[in-house]
Ligand binder design. Structure first.
Ligand SMILES: Cc1cc2nc3c(=O)[nH]c(=O)nc-3n(C[C@H](O)[C@H](O)[C@H](O)COP(=O)(O)O)c2cc1C
Ligand code: SF4
Length: 517
């Protein structure tokens, strides 16, 4: 029986993975070739999906991108023994896109069956949990602190400090909340974890629960992720049935369970306090801080709110030790970051690497430049509130502080590439429009400012009093940056001001620009 691995990650499904799986099953049956089809997560090489792998004596051999119409020729070429074919990639781990990576968090993704507890255990699953049980709560917090792990949701806050605050706060109940809202443009790493390695997230959240003394966890997932929701709910059911969740997690004295909640589709509900309101059944409106969620969070109880990737990094930290994680990275950015390369790019996908690669290496060497073949003009990093980087800043290392020094942000690791056909005044206008649409409305600089900002940029685009309106726009951005209650209104000046600073020619009156060309 030959094992054939086909992703069921939604990125693979979108380009026909189910049809490919069916064709392989049908033709194998018709030709009397016994195969066992294992549906996996994605390796993250989205440009090769659907990527089909077969188990051979030389390890797994990959073929991709495979369409259902390719399957007959694959059988004719005897792909089940790893034979040559125009779509043959070879060993996936030798492909440059994978070979250059350091996969600590995504080590299993694309390799194992996401819903097989046996597969999970056979690939180092629950080892971090077992070590956490042995060392106890205080040592877990110390380990996570010493690993240097910082929140992967956007703000980069040290995870260990957050956990210690909740651990040190006395209360009758404490909660763990996993932020799986993943609203940033061009990001999909949280989804890949939930679809491709869901037990890792359950393990990370459980370790956190033991560390801080919480009994209940929630995962808040965006409604646009139906496959992730289905897979994760099934993983919860399996974990509960096997005793990894419930009254005695993993046979210990700890009680912990997790529930998945689905948001109704709002960018600001990814902001942790708006998320907590939404979880409580209210409209998602940002809360003023203090109190911090770590002191008074969900239902006014001490709550750890962390991103999927932050929790997902924890099993490795506990299994291999803080130093093994902290050895990767640069400066205060320790460990690895799953960078998501998207937009107009040749090799789009998930690339996990230690902090420190330059932006140019990421988009040009790894991403292969634009899909359109035209020159790269701009790269937006860190989601819709992140700055635009022109090629002159491509020497910026992927590192929290280095990005901050250039008025940018890493955020959740999203990198969106644009070619030279992009209109940066239009991108600036869109940033303000996005903020106006998504604003929770609680504070004036964001609620009113974003609407006025959009109008001012439209006036600039029409060539009306351009110089005066640019001064007005800069002034408005200052007000929003320093006067907004949360980072939605506070950070939208970054894409706007970076567009204005690096691409001033796009803000000139259109007629004058055309005449100048
Ligand atoms: C407007 C806005 C949207 C946000 N969206 C997300 C999101 O989708 N996912 C996320 O993990 N964090 C998001 N954040 C950051 C969260 O508020 C919070 O910092 C994070 O969940 C904490 O987890 P971490 O420390 O593991 O990063 C958002 C913040 C703001 C201001
Ligand atoms: S900045 Fe915008 S989203 Fe944030 S609290 Fe103010 S109105 Fe709400």
């Amino acid at each position: 029986m030959t094992r054939v691995f086909i992703p069921k990650d939604v990125a693979a499904l979108a380009v026909g993975a189910n049809k490919v799986a069916k064709a392989i099953g049908d033709i194998a049956a018709a030709r009397g070739k016994p195969v066992s089809i294992v549906r996996t997560g994605s390796r993250g090489m989205l440009f090769l999906e659907p990527l089909v792998e077969v188990e051979t004596d030389a390890g797994r051999i990959a073929y991709g991108p495979v369409m259902a119409s390719d399957v007959v020729s694959l059988f004719d070429a005897d792909f089940l023994s790893g034979a040559p074919h125009a779509l043959r990639i070879g060993r996936p781990e030798d492909h440059p896109f994978l070979a250059r990576q350091t996969r600590l968090t995504f080590a299993r993704c694309g390799i194992t069956d996401p819903l097989s507890l046996d597969d999970y255990a056979a690939h180092d699953g629950w080892r971090g949990f077992k070590r956490a049980l042995e060392t106890g709560p205080a040592a877990i917090v110390t380990e996570v602190t010493q690993s240097g792990l910082r929140g992967r949701g956007g703000a980069g806050f040290p995870t260990g400090i957050k956990w210690k605050t909740v651990a040190d706060t006395q209360a009758d109940r404490k909660y763990i909340v996993c932020n799986a809202d993943e609203g940033d443009s061009g990001t999909f790493a949280d989804r890949m974890v939930m679809e491709g390695d869901p037990f890792m997230l359950i393990e990370g959240m459980t370790i956190c629960a033991i560390a801080v003394g919480a009994t209940k966890g929630y995962v808040y997932c965006r409604s646009e992720y139906p496959h992730a929701i289905r897979t994760f709910n099934e993983a919860l059911r399996l974990a509960r049935h096997a005793g990894w969740l419930g009254n005695a997690v993993g046979g210990s004295e700890h009680r912990f369970d997790i529930e998945l909640r689905v948001g109704a589709g709002s960018y600001v509900c990814g902001e942790e306090t708006a998320l907590l309101d939404s979880l409580e059944g209210k409209r998602g409106v940002v809360r003023a801080k203090p109190p911090l969620p770590a002191h008074k969070g969900l239902f006014q109880r001490p709550t750890v709110v962390n991103n999927v990737l932050s929790f997902a990094a924890v099993p490795f930290v506990l299994t291999e030790g803080a130093a093994a994680y902290a050895n990767f990275g640069m400066g205060r950015s320790r460990g690895t970051m799953p960078i998501q390369i998207a937009g107009n790019v040749r090799y789009g996908g998930l690339f996990e690497t230690a902090f420190g690669l330059t932006l140019g290496e990421i988009v040009e060497t790894i991403g292969g430049g634009t899909a359109s073949g035209r020159p790269i003009r701009a790269v937006q990093c860190g989601g819709p509130l992140g700055a635009y980087f022109p090629p002159s800043l491509f020497d910026t290392p992927f590192d929290y502080e280095a990005f901050t020094a250039r008025d940018g942000l890493i955020g959740h690791g999203g990198v969106v590439v644009f070619d030279d056909s992009v209109d940066m005044a239009e991108m600036a206008r869109f940033a303000m429009e996005f903020c106006a649409v998504e604003s929770c409305g609680k504070c004036t600089p964001c609620r009113i400012g974003a609407v006025r900002g959009k109008e001012v940029i439209e006036r600039i685009m029409l060539g009306t009093n351009v110089e005066a309106n640019i001064i007005l726009l800069e002034d408005l951005c200052q007000t929003m940056k320093f006067g907004s209650l949360c980072a939605l209104g506070g950070f939208v000046p970054y894409p706007v001001m970076s567009a204005l600073r690096h691409y001033p020619e796009d803000f000139r009156p259109r007629a004058a620009a055309a005449a100048a060309e």
